[in-house]
Ligand binder design. Structure first.
Ligand SMILES: *Cc1c(COP(=O)(O)O)cnc(C)c1O
Length: 379
């Protein structure tokens, strides 16, 4: 089955009692048993809920994986993966990582005895140099946020395999429409469903997709034991969002390209970060592992002054100034004061994240209107 057909049909079945074509919201905490232990596979909704089951099956199908697990947020999914580790274990990740992941790694799990190394992962030698016999996990996010670096998933998988470690890919920015990490050798795929997957900026949720039965069993144990599970209403919203994932992503990519090219030609724009450009440092890797280049773009203004960036952000009419990304509407952000403010100024600068950097999540509006908005805001 091809991707668009799967997005609409995979994992979901007409309701057996009424024939309802859309998955009902099973708003229930518990399930009646005929006799002790004699039930229909559902006992308590933290453990299993039919709306969640259909979403988990749909998520697994879209990634060509075997098992899906849904969580109350992307961070709850990340938390569940790190619970696979023991004190003394080591993790290698990218130095250009989602801020919330960096926070849970360094502020929650480092004090519990897990060691994290952050390296520029587009250089696989830098990863290899940190491998020890304690390396248990390699954590990739690609493209990265907000500098849109691209990490070679197949190369990272080879390093992980050699090290006897699991490879995790946070696929939030790409979605399975753009890349399917399990097919490139990853062991675990993590999502913030809040972004492109749900796609309408109306719910916070996360997910994990895996192939291995034993890894699934362990993660499924933590999902139930620790309880970071989503409610059925949110599962319904994500299921509804997934049905248009392929159409939305196609338009995000088309609009992304048009906006990136407009910005690149603009005299007041110094630099544009977007992996679709042939002169992007990781373009070849992006072209190899992604089906298209997405709708996330960052750019720096000529002269690199923070006040100029703030002025542009205040003038936007359509690119609403807000955290988050991946919804149908276009958003803008200023990483230095918003999403990446917790990173010290020196470290931001060293990573190439300048104070005039503006991040755009290009939505699926008519692109002429988006270009018009950029024109009036940048001048
Ligand atoms: C938003 C985000 C997360 C965290 O997800 P939440 O749903 O906000 O908990 C993790 N990784 C990436 C890349 C994200 O953009």
């Amino acid at each position: 089955m091809k991707f668009g057909t799967k997005a609409i049909h995979a994992g979901v079945h007409p309701d057996p009692t009424t024939g309802a074509i859309m998955t009902p919201i099973y708003q229930t905490s518990t399930y009646v048993q005929r006799s002790p232990g004699d039930h229909k596979g559902y006992e308590y909704s933290r453990t299993h809920n039919p709306t969640r089951t259909q979403l988990q099956d749909a998520l697994a199908a879209l990634d060509n994986g075997k098992h899906g697990l849904a969580f109350a947020s992307g961070m709850a999914a990340t938390d569940c993966v790190i619970k696979l580790l023991q004190p003394g274990d080591e993790v290698i990740s990218t130095n250009d990582l989602y801020g919330g992941s960096y926070r849970i790694f360094t502020k929650v799990y480092e004090p519990l005895g897990i060691k994290f190394h952050f390296v520029p992962m587009h250089d696989m030698e830098a990863v290899r140099a940190k491998v020890t016999d304690r390396t248990k996990l390699i954590w990739v996010e690609t493209p990265t946020n907000p500098l849109l670096n691209v990490i070679d998933i197949a190369a990272a998988a080879a390093v992980a395999k050699e090290a006897g470690a699991l490879l995790v890919v946070d696929n939030t920015f790409s979605t399975p429409y753009l890349q399917t990490p399990l097919e490139l050798g990853a062991d675990i795929v993590v999502y913030s469903l809040t972004k492109y997957m749900a796609g309408h900026s109306d719910t916070v949720m996360g997910a994990i997709v895996v192939n291995d039965d034993e890894v699934h069993q362990r993660l499924s144990f933590y999902q139930n034991a620790c309880g970071g599970t989503p409610g059925p209403q949110d599962c319904f919203l994500v299921l509804r969002g997934l049905k248009t994932l392929h159409i939305r992503m196609q338009r995000h990519c088309e609009n992304g390209r048009a906006v990136a090219e407009y910005l690149k030609a603009h005299p007041k724009v110094e630099k544009v970060f977007w992996p679709g450009f042939t002169d992007h440092p990781n373009h070849e890797v992006a072209a190899k592992q992604m089906n298209d280049f997405g709708g996330m773009i960052s750019f720096v203004l000529e002269g690199d002054r923070k006040e100029d960036a703030v002025a542009v952000l205040e003038k936007f009419q359509l690119f609403s100034l807000a955290e988050s990304l991946g919804g149908v509407e276009s958003l803008s952000g200023h990483p230095a004061t918003m999403t990446h403010a917790s990173i010290p100024a020196d470290a931001r600068k060293a990573a190439g994240l300048s104070d005039s950097l503006i991040r755009l999540s290009v939505g699926i509006e008519d692109v002429e209107d988006l270009i018009e908005d950029l024109k009036q805001a940048i001048g």
